[in-house]
Design a protein around this ligand. Structure first.
Ligand code: TIU
Length: 222
């Protein structure tokens, strides 16, 4: 079996590359570029740019090694029928979900802002999971997809660390998957939440999973 040893905290983890998937969470223009959902919430979206190159590193290695690569996007149907009213009404954003913005309607499928950033564009054959929630399992076919490929371990990166990345890791952990977050390939609008979000994953002997980084992942695979 193609086993590799990945340096991680709280301890190194041995992976079967045929049973491991890289899942890149929500690296969308709506979160990373000005004029999208992230900015409407009052965030400095430039903070998320630092995850792009590490995600590219992880993605290139995963593709070279033939790992299953999955991309996710958070967003809603154009008629908003899948968007909980409580989510739309939340807070005091400058624009609400579905409102028109410079990259099209905020957080709506099919709009330019909903696209994954060009540097991390999915390749033909790589599944893209469109999800209405923060977690990638909620109301998606991710479970079936992972089961069909006999996946037992998820390497997780993307944005934001404490929101969609961590929610997905918590969902996956409860479903029996081993999860490894790649620290530098994740980012948050709140650097402190990024740091503590990763601490939460690996504390208590790895209560939700492991934390590694993109270079260690690439070195382990290459
Ligand atoms: N993808 C994701 O994390 N969605 C969010 O809404 N994140 C925020 O940090 N707002």
């Amino acid at each position: 079996m193609p086993m590799i040893r990945l340096t991680a905290e709280p301890a190194a983890i041995v992976l079967d590359t045929t049973r491991t998937a890289l899942i890149i969470i929500d690296m969308q223009r709506d979160f990373l570029e000005p004029g999208g959902f992230g900015e409407t919430l009052g965030n400095d979206v430039s903070l998320l740019q630092q995850a792009v190159v590490p995600c590219q590193t992880a993605l290139a290695s995963a593709r070279r090694s033939g790992l299953l690569v999955i991309h996710t996007r958070e967003g809603h149907r154009p008629d908003l029928s899948d968007a909980p009213p409580a989510k739309i009404a939340r807070g005091a954003p400058s624009k609400r979900i579905g409102d028109p913005g410079p990259m099209g309607r905020i957080l709506i499928r099919g709009e330019p802002g909903h696209d994954i950033v060009a540097d991390l564009a999915p390749m033909n054959g790589e599944p893209v999971i469109d999800k209405p929630g923060k977690g990638a399992f909620h109301q998606t076919d991710l479970t079936q997809l992972l089961r069909n490929s006999d996946i037992d371990t998820l390497i997780v990166c993307g944005v934001t660390t404490e929101v969609c990345v961590q929610t997905t890791i918590r969902e996956a952990n409860d479903r029996g998957y081993r999860c490894v977050a790649l620290a530098d390939a994740c980012a948050s609008y709140f650097p402190e939440f990024h740091r503590v979000g990763l601490e939460m994953i690996k504390a208590q002997g790895g209560i939700f999973g492991w934390v590694s980084d993109a270079t260690s992942f690439a070195n382990a695979l290459d």
